[in-house]
Each structure stands twice: as structure tokens, then as C-alpha cells.
Design a protein around this ligand. Sequence first.
Ligand code: ADP
Ligand code: ZN
Length: 601
Amino acid sequence: MNGYGDPLEILHRVFGHTGFRGEQETVVQHAVGGGSGLILMPTGGGKSLCFQIPALCRPGLGVVVSPLIALMEDQVAALRQQDVPAAALHSELPPDEARAVWRDLNNGTLKLLYVSPERLTAEGTLARLDEMEIALFAIDEAHCVSQWGHHFRPEYRALPILAQRFPRVPRLALTATADPRTVQDIQRQLGLEDCPVFRSSFDRPNIMISAQPREQERAQLRRFIKGAADGTGAGLIYCGTRRKAEQTADWLRQDGLDGLVFHAGMDPLAKREAHKRFAGGDPVVMAATIAFGMGIDRPDVRFVAHTDLPKSPESWYQEIGRAGRDGLPAQALLLYGAGDIALARHRIQESGASDEQKRVERQRLEAMVGIAEASTCRRQILLRCFGEEAPEPCGACDICLTPPKLFDGTVAAQKLLSAVLRTGRRFGLGHVVDVLQGKTTEKVAQFGHDQLPTFGVGRDLPEAAWRGVARQLVAQGALDVAVENHGELVPTDAARPILKGEQSVMLREELVTVPARGSLRTRGNIEAPSDPRFAALREWRKRTALAQGVPAYVIFQDRTLAEIATEQPETLESLSTIPGVGNTKLERYGQDVLRVLREFA
Ligand code: ADP
Ligand code: ZN
């Protein structure tokens, strides 16, 4: 093809994959032919191959712009495992290593160079690249160029220079953010207006998605982890604050799990250590803020939970997209409360952003609330946020699996709203529910609320149900929570027609079952896979990865090890037929793997 290397042959020989996935083949052909373009693929969709293979097929150096050092280093480590001459150039590189990279660049022995945007756009680097043959530029995480994106990086603003200075070199921009505004911004900034956009389906059918109102956070998380962990893969719990991330990691450890923590407030050494432990291949659970983000390539993340409402469907999807990159089943759980919704609305209102920006953020937040409060297939609603229309309910979300019952909640809503009004809009939900349920608490007595006509009118519903009614009214905009003060409930203008009986309210029956008691005290609760060959191969991989200082999965992925354990090949030739075993890895590790297997013979 085109007189260059053959993409399919490289896919087999270098990467050990059996075939291209989805849009990969089209993109690769386009890029090998010298075309530029924008590639929209969900996280885990396989973006890397879209530029790595064309870079290997075309003459010259492939230059990859990447926003994160950890991300660069992991990709370079993985490429080197496959004998692809790759290197990373960034500000944290020790001087002798930077010199070595420059030497290889000057010798023309490098095939792929990962570089931070500020390094790339430094005049010294540009001048050097001017003199070289460049196979292509790949701009990874291209949404960082957009101010509308949730990861704006000012350094990315210098990238338009690539189109001006290297007009003949193909540019590939890659991102998992498909929001139309961000897409337009990327096209404009990187000079891709006239180039094709390759859009993959954003669906990740192997991730089962679910959302629940937060009732008993720890118990809900425990139940989720029990159902989702497989004893070998990792888990991620995203928390709204640094403090909560730390607390969560603590109780995970108390529960006997290997709990880790990551947030932006930690010192660089601790952060690096946490990253390393996560990449190491052990069955760890990471409690983190969204600062733990890009650069997580571990393929066997089995679950992602959120303890707080994310600010947009884009960020949520990117975060849960870190689950199940290996294509095996994975689970996502979102926990949220009425307070989250109100607080997020409030933050946008009070932020110093322009009105336009506020409007956009508010829209995104409301879309997220819509997903959380869904009463039809959650995945369909989610995909609609990315402009994708799924014809059928997915069958793999909590709503599809256990459809919620809707009921006419007008009377319940009226009772709650009038209890709020009668108590003078000065109380939080706890007290309002006590009044509804006719509980004579100290506070109720103190304020004489047992004399109100609404006292006890809500005995028909349990406490959790009332919290559900309140949360849904908040989500529907009829009720506000004064997050500034003490969380008192305040009816909005939208409450008036409900109270007057001019408008009815459909509510979901709450499905929250009282979660399992007890803890995950022993690791034995989460079953480790029983195949001793698989376990032995993982042990071998762990030692090998440690010795080389690389993440475990760049040696072999779990999926490959599992297949090897099942197939039990006895020769290098039969080992080479297993997906994930390319030529280089066969040469490097083939004998070791066979030896591990022979110990069981
Ligand atoms: P992204 O950058 O889009 O999040 P990656 O490029 O990291 O995704 O790929 C995600 C996972 O899918 C990786 O583990 C990769 O090895 C695997 N993968 C990508 N393309 C293929 C393919 N054609 N066949 C098999 N596995 C693939
Ligand atoms: Zn569904």
C-alpha cells in the first residue's frame, strides 16, 4: 500500500492484534495516504493505533503531542516493549536522558517522539524538526486546545503553529470529547476545517452503567464493589473533594482492600508512587479526585464509581470510560444527592465566568442531572448527549435491567412543598420529613410544628421515599437547596403550579434497597481467579514489570495471559497465535512464558 509499510502487517507483527477495530482502519488508511483529520473515539476506543501505525508506515518521524508526562511515559514504555524506537521529551526529563533523546533524533533512529506542547513549540525544537522528515503530527487529547473543554491547557494554544509551519505534514487530532462546540474549536485551532472527521460510536457496551441516590454511601459502594470486582482488576472511586478521597481510601483499607489515594494536593513523589501502584497490575482500588485522569491506561479497570455528581456527561463518560478498556465486562455506578445538584447549580451561578460560559455549563449540568434522574434507558440518554441516537434500549443499564415504576406523585409533591412553606422555608430536609411523618422530635416541639396541618400527613411513605420526592423535585427545578446556608429547602416559582394543582408531577418509585451490611473485611470476599496458571503468569509478569520499571500491562495484558493459561501452548509457534503476542514479545518473553507453563506439566 502506497509503497510504505503495510498497516495490517504491522498490526499483526508489531502489536499482535488480529484485526482493526471500528474506525481504526479507515483512519489509518487516510493518514498513511498523507491525510489530516479529527478522530473522535470514546476512551478505550483505540485511538493510539490510529497514529502509531501510520507513523510506522510512513517515512520519517511521528511526533505525538501529549499533555501529560505519565501518559507519554506509559505509551513509550509500551512501544519499546514492541521494539518500536520511541522516546518522550518533556520538562521532567533528567538532562542526560534529554541529551540521549536529542542524539537519537539527530541520528534519525527514532520513529515516534512524544513531546509536551511547550517543548514542541519551543523554537529550538521547531528548528530541528524543520530539517527532518516528519511522518505526521498527532495531537492527543486534542480537546485540551479548547477553552470549552473541561481540560483546557494554555500550552495547547501555541499549536496552531504546526499548520502554519508544516503545512504539508498530516495532522491528526484525537479526542474523546465529542461535544459540538469543542469539536469546532479543535478544528479551528488546528486548521482542520476542511479535513474529514472520523467519528466512532461512543457506545461502550461492555460497561454496565447505573446510578443511585446516595443513601448510605459506604454500604452502597461496598455492595457495588462486591458485585464488580474480579479479584485481579482494579477499581476507581471518584470523590468530589480531596478529603473525601482520603477518607474513602482509609475505609477501603480498613475493609481489607488495597485502597490507594490520589489528588492534586499530594506531593509529587506520593502522586507518582500512587500512579505506579495503580499501573502495577495488583487488584487495587483507587479513591481519587478527577485529578487522577489522563494517563490511566490500565486495561483491566473493572469498576468506576462516583460518589458525587460530575459536572457534565462528557466528564462522567470520560471517567467511566477508563473501565473495561480490555473489552471485558465492567461496571459504573453514580451516586448523587439533591444537595449535589443544588450545589453545582449554585457554583455555576456564582462563578466569575461570562454569561455565555455559564449558560453552557448550566446546560451540561442539566444534561447530567437528566442522566442521573433518568426513567428510560440511561445509555440512550447518555449517547444522545454526544449526538448519537441508539435505536433500542441498551439492556445493560440499571434502568433496562430493573425498570423503575413511575407514579403520579402530585399529592406527595404538594405535601412536601407545603410542609416546606408552612415551616417557613427555614429548615433542611431532615426536619421537614420529621414533620411529614409526624415525629415529635425536640426541634418539632420547640417550633410547635406538631400544630401544623401538614404534621403527620406523610406517614404513608417511608423516610427514604420522601428524600426521593425532594431530590426529584430539585432535579425538576421546583425546589432549591440553599447550599450557602444550612441546606434549607426553598420552593421555586415552578412549585406554584404544582401546589395549585395545575400541574402534575410524575415521580420514580425509589429502587434503593437497603444495602448489604458488613464490610469487605477479608480479601477472600472478592474471589481471585482460581486458575493457577493464570495466577502464576501474573506473578511472573509482576516480577518482570518491576525489574524493568514499566507498568505490568505493557508486558502482556490480562486478556492475553488468560488466553495463554487456557490454551497452554507448548511451543513458541503456538504461543505466537495468541492475540496480544507480537513478534517482539514472543522473542523477549516466549521462553519465559513456556517455562512458567511447564512448571505445571
Ligand atoms: P484510547 O487512547 O482511545 O483510550 P487505547 O489506544 O489506549 O485507547 O486502546 C485501548 C485498548 O484497546 C488498549 O488496551 C489497546 O491495546 C486495545 N486495542 C486497540 N486497538 C485494538 C485492536 N485493533 N485490537 C485489539 N485491541 C486493541
Ligand atoms: Zn439501558
